[in-house]
Design a protein around this ligand. Structure first.
Ligand SMILES: C[S@@+](CC[C@H](N)C(=O)[O-])C[C@H]1O[C@@H](n2cnc3c(N)ncnc32)[C@H](O)[C@@H]1O
Length: 269
């Protein structure tokens, strides 16, 4: 199902990698992933999340703070029983690995543009096909997937639509306006308001919202490392002032914060 990122022809397995009939060849890294991001498709030397962000997110998620979010995503995916699925913008693979567990018989793919993220993600499940690739040019064939996950990630809607077979769908998970409210109130004098359904205006013709739900719970972050990781994995890690960030991290009492995630499922009609 993989396609060449340079000419879109099908890729097939060759010694320690994949190649297309025109001779474009891509090696498998020692860790097991394929790098299908040609240098001419990169807009910087190291695109995507950097090592510090990836490690902060991995440590925070591995501590289980967002376990209910991953569990619900896995349930929603299992209900749809796709034959083939892809996690676009998989990061360091926390949600991807749980999707794979919930979909043991399916053919699973995961991609991210960040090398540091994919290098770590692929350790989580060697049965999946892990790719360094851009969501703007996903190296998978047209209409090849029945389920796409997009978790806390930017999204190229047209490209996602191209990948879906009819009746297949895209599950988008992202924060609602109440997410991390207590944290944002401590970091900023004025908390920026945003509407959490502005992505609905981007949905391409031919795709329809079939299901929406919100998962909300309170999280108590007792240790400074967890609070530092949470800041480092979000834009607040650079947007808020250093002084406010330090105050949040170093405060002696546990810090309670609202988690509020929205799941939207769009079907290709
Ligand atoms: C906020 S992280 C979410 C990661 C993961 N889904 C999670 O929730 O743990 C967003 C991810 O999108 C990736 N990303 C950004 N632009 C991308 C692109 N053009 N193509 C593929 N991945 C991209 C980043 O490298 C990063 O890993």
């Amino acid at each position: 199902m993989l396609t060449c990122p340079l000419c879109s022809a099908p890729l097939s397995a060759v010694d320690n990698g994949v190649a297309c009939p025109l001779g474009h060849r891509f090696d498998r890294a020692r860790q097991g992933y394929l790098n299908l991001l040609p240098v001419q498709h990169k807009n910087s030397r190291d695109p995507g999340d950097n090592l510090a962000m990836v490690e902060a997110r991995r440590d925070f998620l591995n501590a289980g703070h967002y376990a209910p979010v991953a569990r619900r995503l896995a349930e929603l995916a299992a209900e749809r029983a796709p034959g083939r699925w892809v996690d676009i913008g998989c990061g360091e693979g926390y949600y991807t690995a749980q999707l794979a567990e919930a979909l043991p018989a399916a053919d699973g793919y995961a991609l991210d543009i960040s090398r540091e993220a994919v290098k770590r993600a692929c350790r989580r499940n060697p049965r999946l096909t892990w790719l360094i690739a851009s969501m703007a040019r996903v190296p998978l064939a047209d209409a090849s997937c029945q389920f796409i996950a997009s978790v806390f990630s930017p999204l190229d809607w047209q490209e996602a639509k191209r990948l879906l077979s009819r009746g297949g769908g895209l599950m988008k998970v992202g924060p609602t306006s109440g997410h991390l409210m207590e944290l944002r109130e401590r970091l900023y004098d004025e908390v920026r308001e945003y509407t959490d359904d502005k992505h609905l205006a981007l949905v391409p013709a031919g795709m329809a919202l079939e299901h929406s739900e919100v998962l909300a719970f309170k999280l108590s972050l007792a240790n400074a490392q967890d609070r530092a990781n949470l800041l480092a994995m979000t834009p607040h890690g650079w947007r808020a002032s250093a002084e406010r960030r330090a105050r949040v991290i170093e405060q002696p009492e546990p810090f309670e914060v609202s988690i509020s995630m929205r799941y939207d499922y769009f079907v290709l009609q």
